[in-house]
Every structure is written in C-alpha cells, then in structure tokens.
Design a protein around this ligand. Sequence first.
Ligand code: TYD
Length: 218
Amino acid sequence: MTSPLSSAGIFITLEGGEGAGKSTQIQRLAAALRAASHDVVVTREPGGSSGAEAIRGLILSGGHGFSPVTEALLFSAARLDHLEKTIRPALARGAIVLCDRFADSTRAYQGASGGADPAILDALEKIVVGSTQPDLTLIFDLPAAEGLHRAALRRGAEHADRFESEALGFHEKLRKGFLAIAAQDTQRCVIVDATGSIDQIAETIHAIVFEKIKARAR
Ligand code: TYD
C-alpha cells in the first residue's frame, strides 16, 4: 500500500526533539529544491500564518500552566489556521511545502511525553488534518541529552522556552515517541540520524526528497 498523496503538491514535514538541526536542514533543502526550479514554501509549527504565530507566543511563553490536552487544542487551532491559510493553498497550486514540525509533534510532546489520551489526539487530528497528511516525514533522531545541549548552545543567554525547560526524562520519552511513530507509519516516515555532520545529513535528506519527487512524477 502506498501513502495517500495530499494533492497536486508535495507535503514534507521535519520532526524530532530539541536541537536536532531541523531549522538548518530545512533551509538547505529549500535552497537545493529551488536550485532545481521547484516552487517551495518553507513554513513551521506552531506558526506559519498570522493567527497561528499569535497562538505560538501564547503556548511557548509557558506562563499559563496549560495541561497537555489544552496545549494539544491550542496547537490544533494553530494548525488548522496554518493549513487553511498557508499549507492547503500552496499544495493546491502544486508547490513543495516544507514544514518544520506538524501533527507528529503533538503526538510526541503532548501525547508520548505529556500523557494526553491518544484517543483525544486521534480525534483532533481527524478534524484538523483530515486528508492533508504529509507525503513524507523526516524524523531527526539523536540522544535527548545531546539535543538539549545543542539547544542550550544555540539559545545562548536567552531563556529556555516551555518545552526546552522540561527535564531530561520528558525528552527521552519524546525520542521514543517519535521512533514509535516512525515504526507505525513506515510508508510516510524516514528516520534521519541527526548525530552526523550538517553536510552528511543534508546529503541524506536531499537524496530521500529528490527520490520522492521522482516517484511522484512517474
Ligand atoms: P521551536 O522554537 O519552533 O522549536 P524547535 O526549534 O525545537 O522546532 O518551538 C516549538 C516548540 O513547540 C518545540 O519545543 C516543540 C513544541 N511543539 C509541541 O509541543 N507540540 C506541537 O504540536 C508542536 C507543533 C510543537
């Protein structure tokens, strides 16, 4: 069985824990795709539309003590706005959409680590994402302690956000959560070893994505 394709365009998501290097790789991938004359939209969650960016600030400030289910509802509201305003229009015109985090982050952060009931997360995903499932998801994997260390270096003197401040145990569950998602959906997900060099990881990812594009054109 092949994964359902989202529409005319190609929807690619990048997922993983903190400090995995997704932001660097998404820019490199976008540049490589644009150099090959593809129409590329780079976006992120939470965010990617003005309403979703406003919700992002609300959640990541960490000042409200939201429960994991409340967070899942807020991330889902942000996601729906992002889908309606940015992702679906881009896919409809045939663009390649590269999205830094998407629904798997809710399953891993609010579900596997936060403990939100998977049935609630399934129901939300059905309502919000519906048939706009990613065609390909790259899951960046590295030991939680290494990711947190990298995130702290990147942040410098800035405060850790709501999730970066969580204990190591939270991030270890997160890693297992992402690996479990990859194991459940092998058609859509590819695990990327994020411990390699930036160039090595870029080369691996570019090969996977260009192969996906070729397969779509067949
Ligand atoms: P961001 O600074 O974009 O993190 P990163 O660079 O690690 O991608 O912050 C987004 C944070 O929100 C990140 O810690 C993951 C978390 N998150 C969730 O908990 N659930 C979600 O559904 C999404 C999309 C993100």
